[in-house]
Design a protein around this ligand. Structure first.
Ligand SMILES: [Zn+2]
Length: 337
């Protein structure tokens, strides 16, 4: 034999992975056709069923462990649910015993549902735990409010429930919408979907309040005008941040300038729209008089001067950010070329 077995065996891995040169290949093939020891080794190396078996075994162990953990948490969840059922059962028995006079049974039931959604649901859901906790807790809270409202003969249900759902949504809607949008391939639009959901509940709350206080035309007009002024800005944020095609610096610059203008002009724009119903307060930019400084005793002048400063500063800062963003974009284009 021309070559030493050690040399051939060192080359075998390269041969198996088909990354050695044709010359080496020829040498190795010639050697293993004559040498039994190296031939055996080559066959063994080519046979990766052992490795596959090991991987299978490992996956089986992991799966079994996961099953065991799932079974355990489900048991804990079921036990907790059982414990929570005790007061419900006691109340149900009392309720039946005194001939259905206990309307508050349903308050206990829905209160227990709320508790269960917070401490049982995390244990019995296999995936998307946070999402299920938020959804079930919100539904239980609304049901609890409904039963309390019926029990006290109140008419505040819609105000309380729409307010609660809006409050919860502002903080937690992203945690529900993110996993749902991932499944429905709407992930790209999850921010818009979240803001849409919040917008709907804001207007539902305004409507509920209007009905509750028997609001007249002035209430509806004012509530819708003032809220819409703010909602429009929020939507512009979503559209620019999520759908704008320029770089982050330009987008941020636009938003800084726009926010300053939006805030500074708020009084004037709202005064314009609210004047027909006699709700304009006159504290807009109209009283601008910079010669009287920023400590004037006339509130109209003071207000206008400060609003002016806010607009100027935000437009300048935003403008600088936009300029530096454009410069950055140009430089990146040049580098690409
Ligand atoms: Zn050999």
């Amino acid at each position: 034999m021309k070559y030493d077995c050690d040399v051939i065996q060192d080359l075998l891995p390269l041969y198996q992975d088909k990354i050695c040169s044709d010359k080496s290949r020829a040498i190795i093939e010639e050697h293993i056709s004559e040498c039994v020891v190296c031939q055996k080794m080559a066959v063994q190396m080519g046979d990766n069923t052992v490795e596959e078996k090991l991987i299978k075994e490992k996956n089986n162990v992991i799966q079994e462990h996961q099953k065991l953990v799932n079974r355990k948490t489900t048991t804990i969840g079921m036990t907790m649910a059982g414990i929570l059922m005790i007061p419900v059962l006691v109340c149900l028995i009392c309720n039946l015993a005194i001939g259905h006079a206990l309307d508050w049974f349903f308050i206990v039931l829905t209160a227990m549902m709320l508790a269960a959604s917070l401490i049982v649901v995390p244990f019995i859901t296999a995936a998307k735990r946070l999402m299920w906790v938020i959804v079930t807790a919100t539904v239980s809270l609304v049901l609890l409010l409904l039963t309390c409202c019926i029990y006290t003969h109140g008419r505040w249900f819609f105000v309380a429930s729409s307010g609660s759902v809006l409050g919860i949504s502002v903080f937690f809607a992203p945690f529900v919408i993110a996993p749902l949008s991932r499944e429905t391939k709407l992930q790209r639009h999850r921010a818009a979907l979240t803001v849409l959901w919040d917008t709907i509940w804001l207007y539902l709350l305004l409507a509920a309040c209007g009905v509750y206080i028997h609001g007249d035309v002035r209430y509806w007009y004012m509530a819708m005008t003032i809220s819409t002024y703010i909602v429009v800005l929020v939507w512009i944020y979503v559209l620019i941040i999520d759908y704008g095609k320029r770089n982050g610096q330009i987008k941020a610059g636009i938003l800084v300038a726009l926010s300053g203008i939006w805030f500074g002009a708020a009084n004037d724009v709202l005064n314009f729209f609210l004047a027909p119903v006699g709700e304009a307060d006159g504290h807009g930019l109209g009283g601008l008089d910079l010669s009287r400084g920023f400590w004037a005793d006339d509130i109209t002048v003071l207000n206008a001067n400060w609003l002016f400063v806010i607009i100027v500063v935000s437009v300048c800062v935003g403008g600088l950010m936009i300029c530096s963003g454009i410069v950055k974009e140009k430089r990146e284009h040049e580098i690409e070329k």
